[in-house]
Design a protein around this ligand. Sequence first.
Ligand code: 2P0
Length: 325
Amino acid sequence: MKATAKAHTNIALIKYWGKRDESIILPTNSSLSLTLDGFYTTTTVAFQEDLSKDSFILNDQSVEGEAYQRVTNFLDKIRNLSGKTNLYAEVSSINEVPTAAGFASSASGFAALASAGTRAIGVDLSDEELSRLTRQGSGSACRSIYGGFVEWEMGSRTDGKDSQAVQIKPETHWDVRVAAVVLSSTMKKISSRAGMKRTVETSPFYTGWLDSIPNDMKEIKSAIRDKDFEKLGTVAESNCLKMHATTLGANPPFTYWHDTTLRVMHTVQEMRANGIPAYFTIDAGPNVKVLYLPENEDRVKEKLQEIPGVDRVTLSKPGPGVTYL
Ligand code: 2P0
């Protein structure tokens, strides 16, 4: 009753920003991501008859509180699927998604937990079923079941049975790279969960965001199919800017950007003006991710590292879906 799974983090090119159901995590829009090679979580789940509660060890440290509660609530879903509702587990995770790399670990974390947990308890799910289950731990995690370019189809049902991720193209299709630009300073953080909720509830720009998604989705899929980097980058950058614009319209208004965030955005636009194709995208935090092609790697890295206020730049290739160890 023990299994180990490895799942990679992903970066959204068309952002998930808003829920229509908070309890089973149903989004208000479809999103599309690239799974990344460099950052992953490896999780072992061992269900044992002699346990009276779950335990969660992350990077060799016992976890309590909210993070523990999210894991044990998610294990309840796995227990319910199997019918073994009184069986508890030891969960042990190693995160190779250092906070210092500027990525959230919830995507790879819940994808690895769902995969290892279902396998350990003996529930056999298709990838789509696994993605739907994973979604209920953390929305963006449902995309990390697959490698390469992945769409989370929002679905329209209220029970979530049509809200899951599907692979658009595998990681071998196109070597698009991502530089994670981590800033040295930090600021008071509004979690993505709280930020998207406030935006949905109060921002008059939110409907404009939603209206723009179908066209962005169509354009980015054709860019991926045709390996048209300029189109891919243009759509991703514009989609990111629209998402962040909704936060300025929220009440109270907020932004995830820093002064250095803007400096990185300007540098990326300057690189393009100087003939280096590079595009930025930003999630619910001040760090910036830059899309580029392998032939420009050295120049892109050098330019980004020179920016005052940038702490480090971490590079990644497209990565695979879940694997079992
Ligand atoms: C994304 N983000 O598509 C977007 C872009 C942040 C900005 O998915 O509440 O941690 O667990 O479903 O998945 C971050 O949100 O939120 C996120 P929950 P999640 O990657």
